[in-house]
Design a protein. Structure first.
Length: 207
């Protein structure tokens, strides 16, 4: 099977493309992921495993659609808006769902979501005037945050787990909690960097 031909540079790509389809898929997965996570108040090991699979699919497609869009020159206005919304929707649902079931403190969820959505909305509002490229720290934050949330979504402390998995599950749960602490620190620091860079660019434009 031949590979799709990249859109020539300078030619505006259609919104009907694979990266945008994957982005839309992530948005569609959000309510199903949330529902699976919250079955029986988060006590169902089977449904939490289903939720983990949905979350993993969302995280993998986030990586794939970005790579395809850049490699094939398929970056569109829809993708620029929908992609960050899809990312924040799935991770936001994970934070909220895990707070509901008691695996993440509510104050952590509130702090992270305020940072994430404020940065996303500001980035979208200034998209045509100021371009803030994604930094390595932001990419690291996304990775650590995704790994931590994925670990916490799994039913690692399910009492119905086989005895041989009880201790490893407990250890992995607390490793995920530790990663979440790192993720929160990276989230706040990268948010500060973003606002600093926006202020600098706006100051330069005015100058």
């Amino acid at each position: 099977m031949s590979e799709p031909t990249p859109v020539p540079a300078g030619e505006k790509p259609s919104n009907w493309n694979l990266p945008n389809a994957l982005t839309t898929l992530r948005i569609v997965l959000v309510p199903f992921f949330g529902a699976a996570l919250l079955v029986d108040g988060g006590e169902s090991g089977t449904w939490r495993t289903v939720a983990w699979v949905l979350f993993a699919v969302a995280m993998v497609t986030d990586k794939i659609d970005g790579d395809i869009a850049r490699a094939r020159n398929l970056v569109t206005d829809f993708g620029k808006i929908a992609d960050p919304i899809a990312d924040k929707a799935i991770t936001g649902m994970a934070f909220i769902g895990l707070s509901i079931v008691g695996d993440i403190w509510w104050w952590v969820t509130i702090v992270v979501l305020v940072r994430e959505w404020s940065v996303t909305l500001l980035r979208l509002s200034i998209l045509s005037k100021v371009v803030i490229a994604a930094k390595d720290l932001g990419k690291l934050k996304t990775t650590v945050q995704g790994v931590a949330l994925a670990g916490l979504v799994l039913p690692l402390r399910d009492p119905d787990l086989p005895q041989a998995l009880q201790t490893p599950g407990e250890v992995l749960f607390y490793v995920s909690q530790a990663l979440l602490v790192v993720a929160v620190a990276l989230t706040l620091w990268s948010g500060w960097e973003f606002y600093r860079d926006v202020w600098r660019q706006r100051h330069q434009l005015r100058g």
